[in-house]
Design a protein around this ligand. Structure first.
Ligand code: GDP
Ligand code: MN
Length: 388
């Protein structure tokens, strides 16, 4: 679960991490009032959406005077912001954060997440802040330094100092940076975070270290014990298809490929995505329709998959253990007719009543290719998606 920048900055402030002064506004008038309260001549107007890359997309504006604040807020509010991180539909801007501008001398980068292979929290820092950290990681990985936190010892100040000196901070700045990092570590562990990121962490013209941006992501499985965090959730920023899926009790995650996958069982769904990738394809989603699925659920799942314009072919991989293959076939046929399907479907049905299911698919006259072998099925759907 993600938070908005302004929410993350509130948490930062609580944990002693310096952030610029700011105020939230949900209307242009409120934005003006916020600027007046903050005082001064110049302001930063920042669109609040659950994505980075706002600066380059027009979601961060440095302006002068109250009129300009109101104007900038008016332009942003009610719009959808499309950034490198959002996909083509973008995310709705329902609020803006009005901030006192900072004079920037340097833009640094710092983040923390769990390195699962090492089973430790890792802190990463780089002097190449403010830009695409993925680019830095891909082309100049030596510009990013990692330190791994021993779970029993916790983050040690000397580790923070290592990162600080690596980024070329002065001794006084390293002391500030160490306090920031210790705060981040407390946030990470006390609030069950999955990712904390500050990009850019700035050195101001006065030589102080401060968080100019803030990103916090939390472990959804821990939200039951993080009530205050759970209450800050903004559903307007979450994937519509994922929300729709949860209504029908379908485990669905949007991905960025072009092969729609419909599978029963989470393990089989993972294996299906793996085999699609192995044969050069890219899954458009993860979808587990569940063990005891029904024809209705299959229909809803189909609608969900075909809602995405990127999907070029559909791969159905069902093991009829609890559920019967003929029931699944019925759902598939029903769904194909209802959505007026125009893209090819590869269906692999195995298990109870599989022959009957396959017969039904064949007899339907729809563009469904039944394939028995999993590898064969994966290769077929990858070829169909590429041909489309
Ligand atoms: P993001 O693009 O979504 O990551 O949004 P950021 O909060 O990181 O802002 C993007 C960029 O806008 C930063 O890297 C800065 O270069 C610039 N920016 C943001 N706030 C300020 C500010 O107060 N003063 C100045 N001079 N630049 C700012
Ligand atoms: Mn940023």
């Amino acid at each position: 679960m993600n938070l908005h920048e302004y929410q993350a900055k509130e948490i930062f402030a609580r944990y002693g991490i310096p952030v610029p002064q700011g105020q939230l506004a949900e209307s242009p008038e409120a934005a003006r009032a916020a600027a007046k309260q903050l005082g001064g001549e110049r302001f930063v107007v920042k669109a609040q959406v659950h994505a980075g890359g706002r600066g380059k997309a027009g979601g961060v504006k440095l302006v002068e005077g109250y009129d300009a604040v109101e104007e900038a807020a008016k332009k942003m509010l009610g719009q959808r912001l499309v950034t490198k991180q959002t996909g083509a539909e973008g995310l709705p801007i329902n609020s803006v954060w009005i901030e006192k501008p900072s004079a920037i001398a340097r833009e640094l980068y710092v983040s923390a997440l769990v390195d699962r292979s090492r089973e430790r929290i890792v802190f990463m820092a780089s002097a190449a802040g403010g830009m695409d950290i993925e680019e830095v990681a891909a082309h100049t990985p030596e510009r990013i330094k990692h330190v791994y936190v021993h779970p029993a010892a916790g983050l040690q100040p000397y580790q923070a100092r290592q990162l600080g000196f690596f980024m070329g901070l002065t001794k006084a700045q390293v002391d500030q940076f160490t306090r920031i990092l210790m705060g981040l570590y407390r946030i990470f562990t006390e609030l069950d975070a999955a990712l904390v990121e500050i990009n850019p962490l700035i050195v101001t013209a006065d030589g102080d270290v401060m968080a100019l941006d803030a990103k916090l992501n939390f472990d959804s499985n821990a939200l039951f014990r993080q009530k205050a965090i759970a209450e800050m959730r903004d559903f307007s920023q979450e994937d519509e298809r994922e929300r729709e899926a949860s209504k029908y009790d379908l485990n669905y995650v949007t991905l960025d490929g072009d092969i729609g996958c419909m599978v029963n069982g989470a393990g089989l769904a993972m294996a299906t995505m793996d085999i699609v990738k192995l044969h050069g394809g890219r899954p458009a989603n993860f979808l587990d329709v569940g063990g005891g699925t029904t024809a209705e659920k299959v229909t809803e799942a189909f609608k969900l998959i075909t809602k995405s314009p990127d999907v070029k072919a559909i791969f159905i991989n069902i093991f009829g253990g609890i559920v019967r293959c003929d029931l699944i076939a019925e759902g598939i046929i029903q769904a194909c007719r209802q959505v007026g399907l125009k893209i090819p479907v590869v269906a692999r049905l195995q298990g109870t009543n599989m022959d009957k299911g396959r017969e039904m698919l064949k007899a339907s006259g729809l563009a469904i290719t039944p394939v028995e072998d999993l590898t064969e099925a994966a290769k077929t759907v990858v070829a169909l998606a590429k041909g489309a």
